[in-house]
Design a protein around this ligand. Structure first.
Ligand code: NAD
Ligand code: LMR
Length: 350
């Protein structure tokens, strides 16, 4: 028997990422082939026509799982009964900007939306923030929805960085992306993030490399441990951390399909669980894990037993060893997150 429809609200439904998200969600690629969905698209008045046009196209796809689509510029209508809220609507950066430069422009969006979520969303709502700077926007939204919604129901997207890291390793090692396990993105979705492969391994299917730590396979491929470390420091880490800027430079505008894909991965793994993998990466509200100040929205290794199945969504994987260099990289990114939090406090948004 088909399950009850799940209400999924997408903000910025008239924008690029919104457009790349909604058809895949309606096709069942996020919540699976047995879960019907109601889509709610929130826009500002200027974006309404684009969102309405997308809704017409959704209708024309005749997706069996799609129960209905509402388009609105009223946040209380958009979040009413939402089980999943994907906060995408925000200004993207352009060439030469850092994501943090969007703080002043975008911070004002997430307080009112958080408040609306607290007022009308489903009591078990899960919220992922995609709009940049995603970690700090999630902090604002979570603080505004509390106490009606526990802050730990909010997260920010660093799955795109995680997928980028896996993609770079797969290309360098000439293995499939699915053969790499245990990569972590630590910190902020910004150039200070720390993509960490020190606990990553290759799956058993990889012939003589099967089960091997990624660090050893890199040493094998690149001509020794020193060469592997140099590649990680000089090529891999900066490439992953600055990939968003590279996309903007090459494409002329910020990532869209890969961002939507990562957002779908993020929600699917939180809702349905992460069995068979050690962990994935997501920015969640710190409870003080790994020395990160409580309340900061920081990317960690996370796993989920699903929601309403075996678990309560994402939880941080604790107990991983971080050497002094890794701790230094995490501390630098956390320092930036603390500075962003302080800046929005000064703006009076938090
Ligand atoms: P876009 O400009 O194409 O679309 C944004 C849409 O949001 C527009 O239609 C706009 O009208 C709407 N909008 C603005 N304010 C709104 C509000 N208050 N309520 C509802 N809708 C609102 O931009 P895009 O390419 O879709 O990117 C959206 C955001 O996602 C940007 O901030 C971008 O930097 C960010 N992003 C994040 C990641 C990530 O990994 N976290 C990846 C890519 C992009
Ligand atoms: C990305 O990582 O591609 C997005 O955050 C967009 C950006 O501004 O880099």
């Amino acid at each position: 028997m088909a399950s009850e429809p799940t209400t999924v609200t997408i903000t910025g439904g008239g924008g690029q990422i919104g457009y790349a998200l909604m058809f895949r969600i309606a096709a069942g690629e996020m919540l699976g082939p047995d879960r019907p969905v109601r889509l709610r698209l929130l826009e500002i008045p200027q974006g309404m026509r684009a969102a309405e046009g997308a809704a017409l196209e959704l209708q024309d796809c005749a997706f069996p799982l799609l129960i209905d689509v509402d388009v609105t510029d009223d946040a209380l209508t958009a979040f009413n009964g939402a089980r999943i809220a994907m906060l995408v609507g925000a200004r993207p950066r352009t060439a030469g900007m850092e994501r943090g430069d969007l703080l002043a422009a975008n911070a004002g969006i997430f307080g009112p939306q958080g408040k609306a979520i607290g007022a009308v969303a489903d009591e078990d709502v899960r919220v992922v923030v995609v709009g940049n700077p995603a970690n700090t926007n999630a902090l604002i939204a979570a603080a505004s929805a509390a106490p009606e919604v526990p802050v730990h129901r909010f997260s920010a997207l660093t799955r795109l960085d995680h997928n980028r890291a896996v993609g770079q390793l797969a290309e360098t090692l000439q293995v499939g992306a699915g053969d790499i396990d245990g990569v972590t993105i630590w910190g902020n979705h910004s150039a200070t993030q720390f993509p960490d492969v020190s606990h990553a391994t290759l799956r058993q299917t990889q012939g003589s490399w099967g089960g091997m730590p990624v660090l050893e396979a890199l040493a094998d491929r690149l001509g020794g441990r020193e060469a592997a470390t140099a590649w990680l420091d000089d090529v891999f880490i900066p490439r992953v951390a600055k990939r968003g800027a590279e996309i903007i430079e090459v494409r002329g505008s910020s990532s869209v399909a890969s961002a939507a894909n990562a957002a779908i991965d993020h929600v699917r793994d939180e809702q349905l669980g992460t069995p068979g993998r050690s962990w994935t990466s997501a920015a969640v509200v710190s409870r003080g894990e790994y020395g990160v100040p409580e309340g900061i929205v920081c990317s960690f290794p996370v796993r989920s037993g699903g929601i309403g199945l075996l678990g309560d969504g994402y939880e941080v994987v604790e107990g991983l060893d971080l050497d002094a260099r890794a701790q230094g990289r995490l501390a630098a990114s956390v320092e930036e997150l603390v500075a962003e939090r302080d800046a929005v406090r000064e703006l009076g948004v938090l």
